[in-house]
Design a protein around this ligand. Structure first.
Ligand code: ARG
Length: 769
């Protein structure tokens, strides 16, 4: 480095800790200005931090919602129209499908408001504001505050702050801890309970490639569905669907760009990533690798095979189990990929090395030993202890609770508790019964007792074989003594005699519930045996070990951050709103294998296989693709783009997240991760980790050309017509010039009564930073 640059270099080094530089990171929008803005602008962002997150003025955050607590959605019109993934709308699509009118299979687009379908229970949360409340939560707490006292104080303050922020039920609010309990943030949301299904392509498009292609690149899936958020006449949320509700008018909706992506383009993803465990210590990784994941894989494998056998026999059953199957299969494959990746990438070894160096750093200084010395020993001890009981936990969760009858029995718990505690209190009992009516109806809508019986037999048999005998619940003794240790024979008895196998019988019980009847039911008895054993013997052991871990983890994370001051850490995902940014980028999958960054309709035709239900292409799509009828959605080479990848850091929960270009325009919808980086939730690898997105032009093509629903596309704000303008009203909107934030805002907020503020010269970044 030349001496003249010495001062600049020093300055840069000093400033380093203040800004993030890698593509790792699911950032809290609150800190975008301080931590990320400079880096983002260098990568191609033309917006200011305020245009991304601002509490007082419309910003990007006002266009992004959490859907149902498990996915992300984005507003694309001033009338509450929202895009998300097909797999996020899957359950709603299945619920509205019958073998006679199978909208899941055939696809559907509502072109009038009357055709939109309500979904009681489904909601979206829209962020109002967030706040760093670390200081308030930890006030007066010192390193010597006893752990139990600390926990009680923290929990109390978290609750008080959240309760105050709810403003008498007007908002949903909670305080979440970050960095292992070292920091705390308050999130305040509006919750909209009227979210109506607007449309989706046929399943063969929305889930094209099925479980074979799931978690993999290259991808040719039209993984999108559409909903509309409704509000009352004053644009305020309602708890559930209401006949006189009207489309919600968002403060901000995303303009849609037809310009497409090129390698190196800036991309950001806004959404609600569910959970990462990047601070999981080596011992925790090892436990996942050799105990938790193999158990989950084995039990899910068994369940899925049995479900599939019956689904293949009967179309009605196939529809009933479609959503459950997709859900279980999704993470079944995830666990397989995660374990494969951990072995290939030697994730545990890398973590061990990091811990060894942390240990050295701690030992080098007496004050550090004082502060952090206990962390690693406690962690290692706790995981060693957990090893003994962890399998039991897994077999309760994925084994016993992998059967539906046990799950339904568990839902009877509030009623059971009431019958036990206050057997003569009719009102209390009735209340518990009322609480069961909807879940019971919902449950039986998608239930097959003969299928469940097979699963019950198989999973409980595995439970008995794989879990240490001393940890098994009583029911295993009953089966051994009275049924010749045959779960098949015991299942015959349970399924012939339990009222939990039919809706009519459950309702008959609910009409006149007694403690004696419930306690005598063999389905409930089985559950109760598993549950009691778990709560009385397994859980206390696990919780005892975990209690020590809470403190140790907090110290471990604090030590790591103190040691690596040059690295800006982002907190692990925890279902709170985050922003990640990166670029459109190909990757090298393995030796001699390079992946392009985009796919096209050509690949759909290459994968097409009418004999394999995962790769069937609907007749109409086949015809349109063969004619190359791409309309204005073709790219500059005349291909129809389908999907592309970026190196954005995402995880489950980000499903449906908008992929936004440097000008704040929607270019795609994130829907998956890639096989080579299945360890991404545990460790981030910038060379391998990619975010898989459906290209917004394919989405629009599916709506307009395949679905014939041009009016839906016309409702959106198309701000850039791309290389193939074509004709028609949507195509005549004038294009936004590169970097012209003013124009974009005018167009986006058109008719939304949002004031347009003049921003001066914010789109250039000073060089050298
Ligand atoms: N892997 C995707 C995710 O977790 C879900 C894909 C759903 N598709 C499927 N074939 N199960 O976001």
């Amino acid at each position: 480095m030349r001496t003249t640059n010495w001062a600049k270099a020093l300055l840069l080094t000093l400033l380093m800790p203040l800004a993030a530089h890698a593509d790792e990171g699911m950032w809290l929008p609150l800190f975008v200005k301080r931590l990320n803005q400079a880096d983002m602008q260098k990568k191609g962002l033309k917006l200011t931090a305020e245009e991304i997150y601002d509490v007082n003025n419309a910003s990007l955050k006002d266009a992004v919602v959490q859907l149902g607590g498990f996915c992300t959605g984005e507003f694309v019109s001033s009338q509450g129209l929202m895009l998300t993934n097909h797999h996020c709308g899957y359950d709603a699509l299945q619920t509205h499908s019958t073998p006679q009118n199978n909208i899941l299979q055939n696809g559907f687009f509502a072109t009038t408001r009357a055709e939109e379908k309500t979904n009681p229970g489904l909601f979206v949360d829209l962020l109002v504001r967030m706040e760093d409340v670390t200081g308030k939560v930890l006030e007066g707490i010192t390193p010597t505050t006893p752990e139990a006292e600390r926990m009680a104080m923290v929990q109390k303050r978290q609750k008080e702050m959240a309760d105050a922020a709810k403003e008498n039920g007007q908002y949903v609010a909670y305080v979440r801890d970050m960095f292992g309990g070292n920091e705390f943030y308050l999130f305040v949301y509006q919750r909209f309970g009227d979210v109506r299904l607007v449309g989706a392509p046929p399943e063969a498009v929305g889930k094209f490639g099925g479980d074979t292609d799931n978690w993999m690149w290259p991808r040719h899936t039209g993984d999108f569905s559409m909903f509309r958020v409704y509000a009352d006449k004053n644009n305020k949320p309602t708890a559930g669907p209401q006949a006189d509700n009207v489309p919600y008018v968002p403060k901000k909706h995303l303009p849609v760009s037809l310009q497409g992506v090129s390698e190196g383009d800036f991309a950001m993803v806004f959404g609600f990533p569910g959970r990462t465990q990047r601070f999981l210590p080596a011992a925790g990784l090892q436990l996942t690798l050799d105990q938790s994941n193999p158990a989950r894989i084995k039990l899910r494998d068994t369940r899925l095979k049995l479900w599939k056998e019956d689904m293949d026999q009967d179309p009605a059953l196939r529809l009933k189990y479609a959503s459950k199957y997709a859900n279980i299969a999704n993470y079944w494959k995830y666990f397989i990929g995660q374990n494969e990746g951990m072995k290939r990438l030697k994730t545990v070894d890398a973590k061990k090395a990091e811990e060894a160096s942390l240990d050295q750093w701690i030992r080098a200084d007496q004050a550090r030993v004082q502060k952090y010395g206990e962390a690693l020993p406690i962690i290692n001890q706790a995981y060693a202890g957990m090893r003994e009981y962890n399998l039991s936990s897994q077999y309760v969760n994925e084994g016993a609770f992998g059967t539906e009858i046990v799950t339904l029995a568990s839902r009877m718990m509030p009623l059971y508790a009431t019958l036990k505690a206050t057997p003569t209190d009719k009102a209390a009992i009735q209340k518990a019964v009322e609480g069961l009516k909807e879940p019971v109806a919902e449950y039986f809508k998608d239930y097959s007792a003969p299928t469940d019986k097979k699963v019950f037999t198989a999973l409980m048999t595995l439970y008995g074989k794989d879990v240490p005998a001393a940890q098994l619940p009583d029911v295993f003794q009953t089966v051994q003594k009275q049924y010749g240790n045959s779960w098949a024979k015991y299942a015959d008895y349970v399924f012939a005699n339990s009222f939990l196998t039919s809706e009519a019988k459950v309702n008959a019980f609910l009409a006149n519930p007694t403690l004696a009847k419930l306690e005598a039911d063999p389905g409930f008895k089985t559950f109760n045996s598993v549950y009691t054993n778990y709560v009385q013997t397994i859980l206390p052991k696990m919780q005892g070990l975990q209690a020590g871990l809470i403190r140790a983890n907090r110290l471990y994370v604090a030590a790591l951050r103190e040691k690596n001051t040059q690295k800006v850490y982002s907190p692990d995902a925890n279902s709170t709103i985050r922003l990640s940014y990166g670029t459109v980028r190909p990757y090298k999958g393995r030796d001699a294998v390079r992946y392009d960054y985009k796919t096209s309709a050509q690949g759909i035709l290459e994968k097409e296989d009418p004999t394999n239900d995962e790769f069937v292409v609907p007749k109409k799509e086949l015809e349109l693709l063969k004619m190359k009828d791409y309309g204005r959605f073709a790219d500059k080479d005349g291909n129809l783009p389908v999907a592309f990848i970026t190196d954005n850091d995402i995880t489950g929960g980000n499903s449906g997240s908008p992929v936004i270009n440097g000008r704040g325009e929607l270019i795609g919808i994130a829907f998956d991760g890639n096989w080579e980086a299945m360890t991404g939730d545990l460790a981030y690898d910038p060379e391998l980790k990619r975010c898989i997105n459906v290209d917004i032009r394919y989405v629009l093509w599916c709506i307009e050309k395949l679905g014939g629903a041009r009016s839906i596309v016309d409702e959106m704000t198309i701000v850039n017509n791309g290389p193939n303008p074509g004709v028609g009203p949507a195509a005549t909107a004038s294009a936004t010039e590169l970097g012209d934030v003013e124009k974009m805002k005018v167009k986006t907020d058109d008719g939304q009564k949002t004031k347009i503020k003049k921003k001066k010269g914010k789109d250039s970044v000073s060089a050298g930073m």
